[in-house]
Design a protein around this ligand. Sequence first.
Ligand code: DGL
Length: 273
Amino acid sequence: MKPDRDAPVGVFDSGVGGLTVAREIMRNLPSEKIVYFGDTARVPYGNKSKENVIRYSRQIIHFLLEQRVKAIVIACNTASAFALDEVRDEFDIPILGVIEPGARVAAQETKNKKVGVIGTEGTIGSGIHASYLKRLNPEITVIGKACPLFVPLVEEGWLHDPVTVEVVARYLQEFKDKEVDTLILGCTHYPLLRSTIGEFMGDSVRLVNPAYETALELGALLKKENLLSPGKEQEEFPYRFYVSDLADKFKAFANSILPYDVEMTKKIDIEKY
Ligand code: DGL
């Protein structure tokens, strides 16, 4: 059965970070309803094996299908890197990740053909950005670096703290030395560090936010599949949030970054799926 246009979009992540993607969908596709799942019991994914991240992703997709979503966005960069190619053809609805949209824009934007990518150990270790970018333009040199301290700093709310400014400088100096002109913020949390990273890298370096590019790509995909929502005016709760642990902590973070107050988050047993 083809999902109806009124159905919500499913968005999932290892935890709270994917809210940066949900936020862009809310801003750019305001008629779309969202069912968000944050795997707060098993976060982080960034240092887990590929096998586990694929297993988690499949379970979450089964849960989202039960919520009758019409399309799924894998908001987590690590899950997109490890699981998208594995699961995309297993299910009957469109599934989109965050890696390709970011890589495509980076390939268009770079002038000197030196692109930097930052992300989790899993994402960078997968080499997936390099393979997309090289496919788009073999002349592009890709420099990747895992920045594992960024996630806890963001979750601590230290977006402009002197400690964070120092950590940004330590991680990113290499990109300055290698003169990249484009840097992909390849992890859900990094768009929240955009101004701190931008101040360090300077105006000449283009920062690519995959969350934003993915929201645009989702819009194009829904249009192509004739799945764009006709409107959500009548809906009392257009956005629903589910987690696998600690719903209150999730809610506090969500309220700090979303443009509206999250009333309710429901905890579910994801191992059941
Ligand atoms: N959501 C993850 C990502 O975008 C970051 C947090 C984690 O390691 O789970 O890769």
